[in-house]
Design a binder for this molecule. Structure first.
Ligand code: PGA
Length: 260
């Protein structure tokens, strides 16, 4: 995987304010003048994936992500979407274990484990989301929670390989709330994730895994957050829902210092 700073927009179950076509057109224009060193991911709803991947198919700096995937490879599972389908629709990767899936839709670590493997089987990258709830943080259990999510996702079978894994640290209490942990707290957790990955896959492999921060990232805090030691990118929800709000995040990365 490249060493570029990675900014991933996650539209969730929303269409951007200006519509998908206009949003993508704006990103395409911005990419024309883009300095090197930045990759942009788009987590689009299923129905938009083919269009988005068609728009950016030839651009190596833009990649397309499904927001979830089935634990099954195929068959009679009404409403499910397989990794093979995501691949057919042009996805390069998939968000796995997003906190809304874990906490709102009841997804457990066992499903996350299976999903990582389905994504890997199709040669796509998983953006594995981990993070603690507010109660866990207040009880001093944040680090333990994140370790356990990483450990269970990795499993006992050698994991999915560093080339197929990005980790997004997203404190649940920060998602969509406007509350952001201190830069020190983010740095310590990124450090913790790095150390835990080293235990799981060895130092060399762990060094290749990008670690993103997600939770209320916006144009006002991206510059400072992006300079936190060890951060390789952002996962952005609300501020990706209009290109006008997303742009300052991309620009903050370009304005120097970020991700270095
Ligand atoms: P947010 O969402 O940027 O709206 O907090 C982040 C996420 O859910 O990945």
């Amino acid at each position: 995987m490249s060493t570029d700073f990675m900014v991933v927009g996650n539209w969730k179950m929303n269409i951007p304010e200006e519509g998908v076509v206009e949003w993508c057109r704006s990103l395409g224009v911005w990419c024309e003048g883009r300095p090197r060193g930045l990759e942009v991911g788009i987590g689009a709803p299923y129905g938009e994936l083919s269009f988005v991947s068609g728009e950016f198919g030839g651009r190596e700096e833009v990649f397309v992500l499904g927001q979830d995937v089935s634990v099954w490879r195929g068959g009679s599972y009404t409403g499910e979407v397989s990794a093979k389908m995501l691949k057919l629709w042009g996805c390069d990767g998939v968000l796995v274990g997003h906190s809304e899936r874990r906490h709102v839709l009841g997804e457990g670590d066992e499903q996350v484990y299976e999903k990582l493997r389905r994504v890997r089987e199709e040669g796509m990258v998983s953006v594995l989301c981990v993070g603690e709830t507010l109660e866990e943080r207040e009880r001093g259990e944040a680090y333990g929670r994140v370790s356990s999510q990483l450990h269970r996702a990795w499993g006992h079978d050698g994991g999915v390989g560093s080339d197929f894994l990005v980790v997004a640290y997203e404190p649940v209490w920060s998602i969509g709330t406007g509350r952001v942990p201190s830069e020190e707290d983010v740095r310590e957790m990124i450090d913790h994730v790095e150390t835990h990955l080293e235990v799981l896959m060895g130092e060399e492999e762990a060094g290749k895994v990008k670690i993103l921060y997600g939770g209320s990232v916006n144009g006002g805090n991206a510059f400072d957050l992006g300079r936190v030691e060890g951060i390789d990118g952002f996962l952005v929800g609300g501020a990706s829902l209009s290109f006008e709000k997303f742009l300052p995040i991309l620009e903050s990365v370009n304005s120097g210092g970020v991700g270095e």
